[in-house]
Design a protein around this ligand. Structure first.
Ligand SMILES: NC(=O)c1ccc[n+]([C@@H]2O[C@H](COP(=O)([O-])OP(=O)(O)OC[C@H]3O[C@@H](n4cnc5c(N)ncnc54)[C@H](OP(=O)(O)O)[C@@H]3O)[C@@H](O)[C@H]2O)c1
Length: 313
């Protein structure tokens, strides 16, 4: 696995990181428990994957990761969790971040996390959330409970990346997590240049999600975007929209998708939200192959870059 600098954090992160949310939640969705999660974490670390991403919202992920990482040298991996600042359309009260962080640390059996993100902040809430919780984040940092401060967007709704476009210039966030995939590559226009300017670390989520696992869902998304006038009718064929662009790489869309997501100089790590050891190994091998051919990458940006929607299904 290749390592990259995560912006001004100066952390050296593996180009592939292990996510514990999304559909899979480390396989918990399909019944995985401690033994299976021990196995996936052990394999990830053996492959050189050194980023572990979690959140209180990801079922029992924090607690299970705490078990799997017990006894592993804490300096050998980068541990990231989150705080959900808005619940049921209400900004959480002062003190909620600290309480959530302390619970996370206890579940993770850790004294400190490398990154604590504000989780899934919708653009409408950004001002209220930063006003209330940036001071708490800074306090947690000065108390040694977190090393770096981050924010993640709500990719599905915020397809123009308004949250991160407003948050990065604030200068407070060391790391941002953005949705980016070969059907929704607009961060290359809206987020990566800004992050590079501010030397902010970039973590990619939703490189595959559900949609890229299923050709019928890809067809449905493309049909919908054409019906809405977001995608020119002649841009890609209805029957096999990705085949015409990815060519031989369309035989293995997941591998192509992780390679595409990692292929930007601003990107530190691409999370893979898997609970399957075989998938993890395959995704690590895919990223190690490096970028897709230049003409294919160009075509993906040309066709899907202008679409103002997120393939986050
Ligand atoms: N707003 C936020 O903060 C936010 C939102 C979304 C995600 N995230 C973070 O980002 C991480 C990644 O996002 P994501 O979970 O949506 O992940 P993803 O990596 O885009 O997609 C994961 C899905 O793809 C499957 N998969 C992975 N590799 C595969 C392969 N080689 N072949 C077939 N299927 C494969 C997984 O199932 P298997 O388990 O079967 O492999 C899972 O269903 C999350 O886990 C979470 O940590 C953060």
């Amino acid at each position: 696995v290749q390592y990259r600098r995560l912006g001004r954090t100066e952390l050296q992160v593996s180009a592939l990181g292990l996510g514990s949310g999304g559909r899979s939640r480390l396989g918990q969705t399909d019944g995985s428990g401690q033994a299976e999660i021990d196995a996936i974490v052990e394999r990830a670390l053996a492959l050189g994957v050194n980023v572990i991403d979690t959140a209180p919202a990801y079922a029992r992920s924090e607690e299970l990761l705490g078990g799997a990482l017990a006894g592993v040298d804490r300096g050998s991996y980068v541990l990231c969790t989150k705080f959900n600042p808005v619940v049921d359309e209400v900004v959480q009260p002062i003190g909620a971040l600290r309480a959530s962080l302390e619970t996370s640390l206890s579940r993770l059996r850790a004294d400190q996390v490398d990154v604590l993100y504000l989780h899934g902040v919708h653009p409408d809430w950004l001002d209220a959330v930063t006003e209330r919780f940036l001071p708490e984040l800074e306090q947690a940092r000065s108390d040694g409970l977190v090393k770096f401060i981050g924010i993640t967007e709500s990719f599905q709704y915020d397809y123009e990346h308004q949250t991160l476009r407003k948050a990065i210039p604030l200068g407070a966030f060391d790391v941002v997590m953005v949705g980016h995939n070969l059907l929704s590559p607009s961060p290359a226009d809206h987020v990566f240049p800004m992050a590079a300017d501010g030397d902010v670390g970039v973590v990619i989520m939703c490189a595959v999600r559900g949609v890229l696992l299923d050709p019928e869902r890809v067809r449905a998304v493309v049909r919908e975007w054409k019906d809405e006038g977001l995608l020119p009718t002649a841009s890609v064929p209805d029957e096999d929209p990705l085949g015409s662009v990815l060519q031989q790489y369309a035989n293995d869309v997941t591998s192509a998708a992780y390679r595409f997501a990692a292929d930007h100089s601003a990107v530190g790590t691409v999370l893979t939200g898997t609970g399957n050891v075989g998938h993890l190994e395959k995704n690590a091998a895919a990223i190690a192959e490096g970028p897709l051919p230049h003409d294919i990458v160009e075509k993906l940006y040309q066709v899907f870059g202008p679409v103002s929607r997120s393939a986050a299904y």
